[in-house]
Write a protein that binds this ligand. Structure first.
Ligand SMILES: Nc1ncnc2c1ncn2[C@@H]1O[C@H](COP(=O)(O)OP(=O)(O)OP(=O)(O)O)[C@@H](O)[C@H]1O
Ligand SMILES: [Mg+2]
Length: 259
């Protein structure tokens, strides 16, 4: 059984532009896909194709207008509040913007511990130990824990965000353009870190990116999204060497190989 099963999911947004009142845009237009445990599904497509909307629908951070999402066989969209609390621990998100996603009033220790406090996990002592394990797992020093987000670079902030996302021991992580805001070399380090954490913690990823080389490096399978639909989905090797869809070919041609 796949860890994630998405069936015919639809999401429409109301347009708010002048002369557009009442009309809607189908940001996600009948998407179905599965993600097996341990797999990294790379989701690529141009800006506005619906990648973030799809990621948020899977996590139920947005309510769809149709379709279903299952996590480990359980229907996410009809889950009770109690079941949803449990599911929230299993499914986490890493955001693109390492500047906007960390609360500037909290120390790094408080930021990483907060999900455990909210979910009432462990004693204060156990949470301290988990925070120390996580900061080291993301390649940072314990001396970071007493400091505030503004004292860190974008790459370090992204590491802190990743440590926080792992605090509840999730099984599934949506990484929504986690390196797009970073310099190429810093981004490459974060991509390597995500690959390492996948091995260490047995994670399953939905990795969203508009960069084919990055997705190609990390993903075991790739889905190509265009105007709310999945045009093509397949194993990374097969899809990148024998793309079936012209749009996939265009994406591959537009981006250089990784050296
Ligand atoms: N809250 C919203 N209200 C109205 N329209 C929205 C909203 N969020 C997204 N959209 C629209 O839905 C479509 C898909 O947006 P989405 O952010 O999912 O795309 P994306 O592939 O993640 O793009 P990007 O690569 O720029 O992050 C776009 O047309 C966008 O303008
Ligand atoms: Mg997006």
């Amino acid at each position: 059984m796949p860890l994630i099963e998405v069936s015919n999911v639809v999401k429409e947004y109301r347009r708010n532009g002048i002369g557009q009142q009442g009309s809607t845009v189908r940001a996600v237009d009948g998407v179905s896909l599965n993600i097996a445990a341990g797999e990294t599904l790379g989701l690529v497509g141009e800006s506005g194709s619906g990648k973030s909307t799809l990621g948020r629908l899977i996590l139920r951070l947005l309510e769809p207008d149709g379709g279903s999402v299952r996590f480990d066989g359980r229907d996410v969209l009809t889950a009770s509040a109690k079941e949803m609390r449990r599911l929230r621990r299993d499914m986490q998100i890493v955001f693109q913007d390492p500047y906007g996603s960390l609360d500037p009033r909290f120390t790094v220790e408080q930021i990483i511990a907060e999900p455990m406090v909210i979910h009432r996990i462990g004693t204060r002592q156990e949470r301290r130990a988990t925070v120390r394990e996580l900061i080291s797992a993301v390649g940072m020093d314990e001396s970071a824990l007493g400091r505030f987000p503004h004292e860190f670079s974008g790459g370090q902030r992204q590491r802190i965000g990743i440590a926080r996302a792992l605090a509840l021991r999730p099984r599934f992580v949506v990484a929504d353009e986690p390196v797009s805001a970073l310099d190429v070399s810093v981004g490459a380090q974060i991509v390597n870190l995500l690959a390492q954490l996948r091995r260490d913690y047995g994670l399953t990823y939905l990795f969203i990116s508009h960069s084919m080389p990055v997705v190609r490096y990390l993903a075991t399978r790739i889905a190509v999204m265009y105007r709310g639909k999945i045009l093509e989905i397949g194993d990374t090797e097969e899809l990148t060497t024998h793309p079936q869809n012209p749009y996939t070919r265009k994406l591959l041609a537009a981006t250089p190989e990784i050296a």
